[in-house]
Design a protein around this ligand. Structure first.
Ligand code: URA
Length: 209
């Protein structure tokens, strides 16, 4: 079973409260989401492997640690995932970025992939799938399945807010995927919104409501 990590650093929790607040305007919302994404990138990379190398300081030779292992890939799910992308890239500027676009078929209610563009070496990378809201888990499961169908094996998920229903669904469909969230909320309502949540993340990021 993949682990669920709640990134409860005080700075993340502080900013998340303003993100939730209905009075927060589009500009402030975008800025706070960007900042939380950067802080979450710090948490999600906590276990990446290091190797020891030797460097010469102006004074003496010494040993230091540098990042080793797989290079990273960031996979924002369109469109709300884009709101967290730049914040993550601030800490991981060498990461390559792939995009996945999904919409929900109004009849089957199943996610349908309408766009995918991935780095050519995506199979060699450790991937972070980014979406602010993990609600039913439908989009996340479809995006991860699509990546696995293309040979990707190391995948993590990053969300601002998750519903227990979405976490359970992703953990069942993809037990190898660890999920990093800033908050685990109470439940989904009848319209598929996370309660208490923050409303529609895409609309609040882009002012489209
Ligand atoms: N997507 C959103 O943007 N908000 C929710 O509450 C659920 C899904």
């Amino acid at each position: 079973m993949g682990k669920l990590v709640i990134c409860d650093h005080p700075l993340i929790q502080h900013k998340l409260t303003f993100i939730r607040d209905v009075r927060t305007n589009t500009k402030e919302f975008r800025e706070h989401v960007d900042e939380v994404a950067t802080l979450m990138a710090y948490e999600i990379t906590r276990d990446i492997p290091l190797e020891t190398i030797t460097v010469q300081t102006p004074v003496a030779e010494t040993q230091g640690k540098v990042i080793s292992g797989r290079m990273l890939g960031l996979i924002p799910i369109l469109r709300a995932g884009l709101g967290m992308l730049e914040g993550v890239l601030k800490l991981l500027p060498a990461a390559k970025v792939g995009h996945v676009g999904l919409f929900r078929d109004p009849e089957t209610l199943q996610p349908v992939e309408y766009y995918i563009k991935l780095p050519t070496d995506v199979q060699q990378r450790e991937l972070i799938v980014i979406d602010p809201m993990l609600a039913t888990g439908g989009s996340a499961i479809a995006a991860i399945t699509s990546l696995k169908n293309r040979g990707c094996t190391q995948i993590k998920m990053m969300n601002l807010i998750a519903a227990p229903e979405g976490v359970a669904a992703v953990q069942e469909a993809h037990p190898d995927v660890d999920i990093y969230v800033a908050a685990l909320d109470d439940h989904l309502n009848d319209h598929g919104y996370i309660v208490p949540g923050l409303g529609d993340a895409g609309d609040r990021l882009y002012g489209t409501k």
